[in-house]
Design a protein around this ligand. Structure first.
Ligand code: ATP
Length: 336
């Protein structure tokens, strides 16, 4: 999606070290400086800095363990940082936490909701928690249940929902008070294509009317298609941020992501995973189950007994190489 009229494109991608020196931007939807969080000896977020423009559809991407969720938890007031500043629409997240919580909608995790309520009850409860009158909350809950194809399940307890239905009710509960900023961690995970398309329409419309959407996602094609902006997080820092076009820099976003975060390595090749050329225990196709392979005995005999007594006829490829330890058991004995 192209940058909306209200988006304030960041001219250059940001790089974390330089960004630390800038003061927070009070006109940004979210402005983060020097955010730091350590869990015991693990530094999860390491001086992260980022500005998210008002009206943007902002994707946060990064490898597993990069620090996305920890960052979002700190920005939404769920987790106290060890250091740094985060502002939401000019308000400090930790000194003005009540004002901030009214302005943001955070998608709860499935284990954080009261799943003994029905979908309708959960939404009404979520609205009333944010100060909405019951009648208005009920009316919006009905709209949301319809929009997410959950009308039939309105009176079913959430504990009986499927994973995708639970995800949708979590999303709906983040939206019911019409927040100015929506923070959604992996919002499309396990949601079916029809509901996803409906949700995307709702979110795009919301961003067009000035709302800011922040999603974390591993689906690069989705980020490229839906988001106006993207930040790549790696090792607890932002390694590139800006409009999707700026960060992609003329390449496919996924390729650019792989260049930025690295991580493609030899472990991506598993010699034993060969789709049938060898049997499941490493013997050549067609070899009797339980045939010894190199120095290792690879399985059990067809009759279910152990391999003792099996004679060696391992293929050359499975023979120990010249560097094999001299004390290694020989194939003669078969078993080890
Ligand atoms: N409560 C915690 N206690 C200890 N370590 C944690 C805790 N929460 C996160 N971490 C660690 O901090 C690092 C960042 O985790 P985080 O969940 O923020 O990553 P992420 O980018 O959201 O990953 P993913 O894409 O896999 O969800 C990881 O190494 C994780 O193991």
């Amino acid at each position: 999606m192209p940058a909306g009229p209200t988006a304030q494109p960041q001219v250059q991608p940001q790089y974390a070290p330089a960004a630390q020196a800038w003061p927070p931007n009070p006109t940004a939807a979210v402005s983060i400086r020097g955010l730091f969080k350590r869990f015991d000896r693990k530094v999860a977020v390491n001086g992260l800095a980022l500005d998210i423009p008002v009206g943007s559809f902002y994707g946060l991407v990064g490898p597993n363990g990069a620090g996305k969720t920890t960052t979002l938890n700190m920005v939404t007031g769920l987790l106290v940082p060890d250091a740094g500043t985060a502002m939401i629409l000019g308000r400090n997240v930790w000194s003005d936490v009540n004002a901030v919580k009214r302005m943001i909608g955070v998608m709860p995790q499935p284990d954080q909701i009261f799943d003994r309520l029905t979908g309708m009850q959960l939404l009404v409860y979520s609205g009333m928690l944010r100060g909405m009158p019951r009648a208005e909350a009920a009316s919006r809950a009905k709209d949301l249940l319809g929009a997410f194809d959950l009308a039939q399940a309105a009176n079913t307890m959430v504990t009986d929902y499927s994973a995708g239905m639970t995800k949708k009710i979590c999303l709906a509960s983040a939206m019911i008070h019409s927040p100015r900023i929506l923070v959604l961690d992996e919002p499309f995970e396990s949601v079916d294509p029809v509901s996803s398309a409906n949700l995307k329409d709702i979110l795009i419309e919301y961003a067009k009317t000035g709302g800011t959407v922040i999603i974390s996602s591993h689906v690069m094609a989705l980020v490229e298609r839906m988001c106006t902006h993207v930040a790549v997080v790696n090792n607890g820092q932002v390694c590139a941020a800006g409009t999707v076009e700026q960060v992609a820099a003329g390449e496919d976003l996924e390729d650019r992501f792989l260049q930025l975060v690295g991580g493609r390595h030899e472990a991506a090749h598993l010699a034993w995973l060969d789709g049938g050329a060898r049997d499941s225990v490493g013997a050549p196709a067609g070899a009797p189950v339980g045939a010894p392979v190199g120095n290792a005995y690879a399985g059990i005999a067809p009759d279910g007994r152990g391999a003792a007594g099996a004679t060696a006829s391992a293929p050359a490829a499975a023979q120990p190489g010249p560097g094999a330890p001299s004390g290694a058991p020989s194939n003669e004995s078969g078993a080890r």
